[in-house]
Ligand binder design. Structure first.
Ligand code: NI
Ligand code: MN
Length: 234
């Protein structure tokens, strides 16, 4: 897509997304690989993934972070408590941040924004507080502005995200049950006004029933809702 100015966005099933900038920065969001039924099994990740961004601590968003960070020499970015949690699990390089803040990741300014969702991490020691759920706005130098909403309900402060950052691509959960479904995502699109929507977090498991086709039927025809298979770049 011309408007992405050389940035490549590859959906890897569920909420897992690979962003590769024209300048060569590789960012993986919410690595859910081994147990992700929709992960494209033959997909080869880049050898170097400079940054892994985590939206929250649920297993379907962080399951493979320790392995991925170690094998791709990645710095992991997350809300402060979740960054400390994954550091305790063996991630060598972390950046802890919090809502409203921005960190410069080479040519990408990553801003942590609100999400309406729970967040905890579960392991054999029990359930751990790992901060709140979040989304990210990625403002790419000489490139587009991307928004990955994480897991969330629709919320009217998405208007603030539009006002502050004007994302051109919005990656939004649409499956329902644990996040917004197509009806709510259509309202999110009316708040965010992106040119392009990449639907996430649908079809992975039976309860996630929302479909891109339902979203397409509810949004303005000028909005491009991407229909792609996991492993395809938009
Ligand atoms: Ni979740
Ligand atoms: Mn989830």
């Amino acid at each position: 897509m011309d408007s992405l100015k050389g940035t490549r966005i590859t959906w890897l099933g569920h909420a897992t997304v690979l962003v590769q900038t024209a300048k060569g920065t590789n960012i993986l969001i919410d690595p859910f690989i081994a147990e992700n039924p929709k992960y494209p099994k033959n997909f080869v990740l880049p050898a170097k993934i400079h940054y892994i961004l985590l939206t929250h601590g649920h297993g379907d968003h962080i399951a493979d972070v320790v392995w991925a960070a170690a094998s791709h020499s990645s710095t992991v970015v997350a809300i402060y408590e979740l960054a400390a949690y994954v550091a305790g699990k063996g991630v060598a390089d972390t950046i802890g941040m919090n809502l409203g803040g921005t960190v410069q990741l080479d040519d990408v300014a990553a801003t942590m924004v609100e999400a309406k969702h729970s967040s905890a991490a579960q392991d054999d020691q029990g359930t751990h507080y790992v901060g709140v759920a979040a989304g990210y706005v990625l403002t790419i130098t000489d490139g587009p502005v991307l928004y990955h909403a994480g897991d969330t309900a629709v919320f009217s402060d998405m208007n603030l995200i539009r006002e502050l950052y004007r994302p051109e691509v919005a990656m939004l959960p649409i499956g329902g049950h644990f996040t917004m479904g197509p009806k709510e995502a259509a309202l999110a699109v009316s708040f965010l006004k992106p040119a392009t929507v990449l639907p996430l977090h649908f079809g992975t498991f039976p309860p996630l029933k929302g479909t891109p086709e339902e979203l397409i039927a509810l949004v303005d025809a000028s909005v491009h809702v991407v229909l792609c298979a996991p492993g395809e770049a938009i």
